[in-house]
Design a protein. Structure first.
Length: 166
C-alpha cells in the first residue's frame, strides 16, 4: 500500500521506523488527517499489555516520510542516520481525544488494539490492549529486529552504505 492510499478495508496507513539518530529509537507514525502523526518510542512497541512504553510526540511528518528506508545524509551528532521500516500496515482510529488516542493496527508485526495516553506535556504512554493479539512476556523488538521491507537490520543498512553502526 503506498503512502496515503486506503487499503481494501478503507483503513489508512501506519509505519514504525527504527531510527539511529542521537539515540536509537522507534518512530510510531499514524496517518491521521493527511499527515503522519508521530511519536518517538525509545524502547519500541510491545505486544505485552503489562508493558508501558514512553512515547514522546514529535512533529507531524509527510506521508512520503513514512516510505524512507536508508541512511539520512545529514547524519549529524555522531549518529549513522540509518532508518528501517520495522513494521507497517493499516491503522483504524478508534478514538481521538485530547489526552488519549486508541487505534487498531494490522501490520506484519503489530496487530490489535493499542492506546496512547498523555501523562505530561511532552510525555505519552503506549500500551497494548488485552486482546487476541496480546503476547504477555514477549519482546517483539528483540524477536524481530529486521525491516519488513528489506529484511535488513539498521546495522546492515549502515554497513551496506560503508559506514559503521554506533
Amino acid at each position: 500500500m503506498s503512502a496515503g492510499q486506503e487499503d481494501d478495508w478503507g483503513l489508512v496507513r501506519f509505519v514504525v521506523q527504527l531510527h539511529d539518530a542521537t539515540t536509537l529509537h522507534f518512530d510510531l507514525r499514524l496517518e491521521i488527517d493527511g499527515v503522519l502523526r508521530s511519536w518517538a518510542v525509545p524502547k519500541g512497541p510491545s505486544l505485552d499489555p503489562g508493558v508501558r512504553r514512553l512515547a514522546v510526540p514529535v512533529e507531524d511528518h509527510s506521508l512520503e516520510a513514512g516510505e524512507f528506508e536508508g541512511v539520512h545524509e545529514e547524519s549529524a551528532r555522531g549518529s549513522s542516520g540509518a532508518v528501517i521500516i520495522w513494521d507497517e500496515g493499516a491503522v483504524e482510529l478508534l478514538g481521538d481525544e485530547p489526552d488519549h488516542l486508541s487505534f487498531a493496527l494490522a501490520g506484519a508485526k503489530l496487530n490489535g488494539r493499542f492506546g496512547l495516553t498523555r501523562t505530561g506535556e511532552d510525555r505519552w504512554i503506549l500500551v497494548k490492549a488485552r486482546d487476541e493479539h496480546a503476547r504477555p512476556g514477549s519482546d517483539i523488538v528483540a524477536e524481530q529486529p529486521a525491516s519488513v521491507r528489506s529484511g535488513r537490520t539498521w546495522e546492515e543498512v549502515v554497513a551496506e552504505r560503508g559506514g559503521e553502526a554506533d
